[in-house]
Design a protein around this ligand. Structure first.
Ligand SMILES: Nc1ncnc2c1ncn2[C@@H]1O[C@H](COP(=O)(O)OP(=O)(O)OP(=O)(O)O)[C@@H](O)[C@H]1O
Ligand SMILES: [Mg+2]
Length: 254
């Protein structure tokens, strides 16, 4: 007997970097996430959309270890990571940004990125990673500014930079473009594309549909804690269920 069938199957399985199965989160009487399953392949940008309070952030919090799943399993690079502490998940190469930009206003860009890089390496190496990361997110000439001196677009670049400095294989972006003008959001989209071309996989929650449409290889729609649609962006926005619960008629006609 040959091993051919097994090797034929291997690449497809190896392609999946993140796999979530039947994830549920219970907050008292509220089932905020109610049985969501999702596979993300290496190198993909997957968009996640849905109404306010649908459970998108809570789902991200489970993937990144900030909230305990009451049921289900998360695998990253084939290994179970369900309910591991956030630092342990980050060290394996899966990291996230926060919906509310989380920087210490009095720290400099250099200090902020160095602190993030310390997850993986000792101080000297972390300082180097901080400089490399600043170049990547176009904050090299602002390394010694404090976070409070940054413009909003630069704060967003730093928020992504904090994730990049942990040397991740995959980043979860939670509404990182909220509050930006369209031209500023385009810059962030370009940054995400550059990072994706550099080998980082993305799961992206955004309400800005232009962004989701332009950046996503695939879109997942969450409504009331459940996955209600999944597919190519242009297909998903025409799905009547998605129009009904999230996009509205106007978008359908556009
Ligand atoms: N720590 C918590 N304790 C109790 N309920 C919570 C907690 N976090 C979120 N919720 C509730 O869980 C539900 C899902 O919230 P979540 O923040 O995940 O939604 P979301 O899809 O990210 O919404 P948005 O688009 O507004 O960011 C909401 O009803 C919210 O009020
Ligand atoms: Mg949210």
């Amino acid at each position: 007997m040959t091993l051919a069938p097994q090797t034929d199957l291997a690449p497809a399985a190896a392609d999946v970097i993140l796999s979530a199965r039947d994830i549920a989160v219970q907050f008292g009487g509220l089932r905020a996430v109610d049985g969501v399953s999702l596979d993300v392949r290496r190198g993909e940008v997957v968009g996640v959309i849905g109404p306010n309070g649908a459970g998108k952030t809570t789902f991200f919090q489970v993937l990144s270890g900030f909230v305990r799943a009451s049921a289900g399993e998360v695998r990253f690079l084939g290994d179970p990571i369900t309910n591991l502490p956030p630092e342990a998940i980050c060290r394996r190469g899966l990291t996230r940004t926060f919906q509310i930009v989380e920087v210490f206003p009095s720290l400099t860009v250099r200090e902020t990125l160095t602190a993030a890089a310390l997850v993986h390496q000792p101080m000297a190496a972390a300082r180097r990673v901080a400089e490399e990361t600043a170049a990547l997110v176009r904050l090299k000439d602002k390394l010694d500014l404090t976070c409070r001196q940054l413009t909003l677009p630069d704060q967003k670049a730093l928020e992504i930079g904090k994730a990049v400095a942990t040397r991740p294989q995959m980043i979860l972006l939670d509404e990182v473009m909220a509050g930006l003008r369209p031209s500023e959001a385009e810059e962030v989209v370009a940054l995400i594309r550059r990072l994706r071309d550099g080998g980082i996989t993305f799961l992206v929650v955004e309400h800005l549909m232009e962004v989701i449409m332009s950046i996503s290889d695939r879109v997942v729609v969450i409504g009331a804690g459940r996955k209600i649609a999944e597919g190519p962006p242009d297909e998903v926005v025409r799905n009547p269920k998605v129009v009904e619960i999230y996009l509205g008629e106007e978008f359908e006609l556009a």
